[in-house]
Design a protein around this ligand. Sequence first.
Ligand code: NAD
Length: 356
Amino acid sequence: MSVFDHPEFDQHESLHFVQDPNSGLKAIIAIHSTALGPAAGGCRRWQYVNDDDALTDALRLSRGMTYKNAVAGLKFGGGKSVILASDDAPKSAELFHAFGRQIEALGGRYITAEDVGCSVEDMRLVKEKTNYVSGLPKSGDSAGGDPSPHTALGVFLGIKSALKAKSGNDTLDGIRVAVQGVGHVGLHLCRLLHDAGATLVISDVNNDNIQLVRDELPVTVVAPTELLYSDVDVLAPCALGNILTSQTIPLIKASIIAGAANNQLATDEDGARLAEHDILYAPDYVINAGGIINVAHEYYSDGSEEIVRTDIERIPERLDAIFAEALETGKPTNAIADELARRLVSGQVHPERRSA
Ligand code: NAD
């Protein structure tokens, strides 16, 4: 497949295919836009079926970061990296050092952090070779550390926003929520939802992660193939993307979809399909911005825990505006968010004067 004609290419500024034979590193670094600042987005380490899948993932995630950072009002453009995991290239200090050297070579056009398959410790290793990295071990009260609790907080507040838009009441007491994927974000989200009185249904392909939640909280566990179709009020996807499709949407019983996973919609048309089924969809990159908000304050050294929290508490305002516009115009929520993001990136609207 030609890279420039790739259906997800969408005017990426640059794409970098990098490798290091000694550590086995093979990675793709995608820089979608630096219009609003250096391209920032996490590093995903994943065992892809083939290189094309890795490229598609990198391109989609990278564009999503441009939109996410713009809508969250951050001084960041959008980028993302994927490390192609394989048995020949296990996680090692050498691998993350090699990755760090490649990021350093980009001279600050791309800033990395952790995503699926990477940890704070991995980013600490990257930091030994470059300063263009965030999500590092936290020190004192300043922003930093694992972004996932911050992402979970934003998603939790976003679920309340969606409940209010749907039923006029944002209480979680007695609300049934299905959480797909109980990794870093999913676990924290389950805790917040449980504390607020929600009833939880969960699934994961990793039994250890399920057990961690089970040891701590009352949950119903269902098979990964069933979770999407659970009889619940809210579906919170917190695993991987491309789960909302023409096949899955008609079978979903939840009336709200609000979760952390990036690229939940397989295609833009699936946003319209959700609206047709009267399912309120919280655009993924709007609701899951808590982690990158923390990363931004850490990177620019301009925020305490309290400032990060205050910024995350603004996520519901953005969702409220998107939900209100959807109600008024009948447009799908993903289309409203995308239009706003594109206007922000092209400078047609100032971040502080947007309508959503
Ligand atoms: P994670 O790797 O810690 O957790 C993902 C979990 O999903 C794992 O436990 C995995 O076993 C599980 N999983 C994978 N496929 C599954 C399936 N088919 N069914 C059920 N479970 C499945 O990742 P994370 O950091 O918690 O991120 C979760 C999602 O949220 C990802 O899409 C990520 O890109 C997105 N996200 C994360 C952050 C963050 O701060 N970590 C920020 C924004 C967006």
